[in-house]
Design a protein around this ligand. Sequence first.
Ligand SMILES: Cc1cc2nc3c(=O)[nH]c(=O)nc-3n(C[C@H](O)[C@H](O)[C@H](O)COP(=O)(O)O)c2cc1C
Length: 264
Amino acid sequence: MRTRITELLDIEYPILAGGLMWLSDARYVAALARAGAMAFITPRSFDGPEAYRAALRDCSRMAGDRPFGVNITQSRRAAENAMVAAWIDMALEHGVRCFETVGPSPERLIAQIHAGGAKAIHKSAFVEHALKAEQAGADAVALVGAEAGGHPGTNKLPSFLCGALALQRLTVPMALGGGIGDGRQIAAALALGADAVVMGTRFLVSEEIWAHENYKRHLVEQPAEASTLAMRASGNPWRVLDNATVREIERLEQHGARHYAEFG
Ligand SMILES: Cc1cc2nc3c(=O)[nH]c(=O)nc-3n(C[C@H](O)[C@H](O)[C@H](O)COP(=O)(O)O)c2cc1C
């Protein structure tokens, strides 16, 4: 299977396994690399630079000659970004040649990534942001619609509508994500004109994810309607299972809570 993204990244299948905070460790990322997809280590998940460096080393060993990537999620809180440049450098030193960048203004990151001889795929929830990333030099963009797991952004448009609109305007290759969980949907995204898909939630229940078996079983048992968005008032909502904690968060939001510290 050949698309502009499989060619760009030298992978077998047009599947990007988007970074998963706390979960995208060396074992998971290397398993996807060996299976012919592209997956991304999440540096923020590690307890300091040495643990991150060890993950890069382990992933390199376990992935063999297959490429793997690193996710660089920039926070809106500047203090949280102090290590970003160092994370990129460490990844480049370990032979990483593909980065998934997320968050505002990727220009500087893209320049550093290109100077290191690697490719940058910028992921966003809005077509306008994807176009800006293209202008900033991204080698490809990933667009995730409202169905996406993690932080889906505040975009209300579903993935396939975002994708269709973006494809009218983009020149660089595009991966489409949000709610994609099986081969039919991958085929549909490629038929739409996407060069790959981005998937996250579907992989949460894979064997290589270190989360507890009971959590995975619980996820699989849930109906499709079981998730909701929490912390909408923060402007950076999370997709979570709808439960009593979510309702307590909503109650606190109604009383004015906006920042993490205010949720106790
Ligand atoms: C548990 C979880 C954690 C995530 N963590 C991150 C992250 O740290 N950085 C990031 O860019 N995306 C993160 N994402 C988003 C995924 O990379 C991907 O864009 C998204 O899951 C695609 O939508 P889908 O879940 O509907 O397949 C996360 C998603 C999930 C489900």
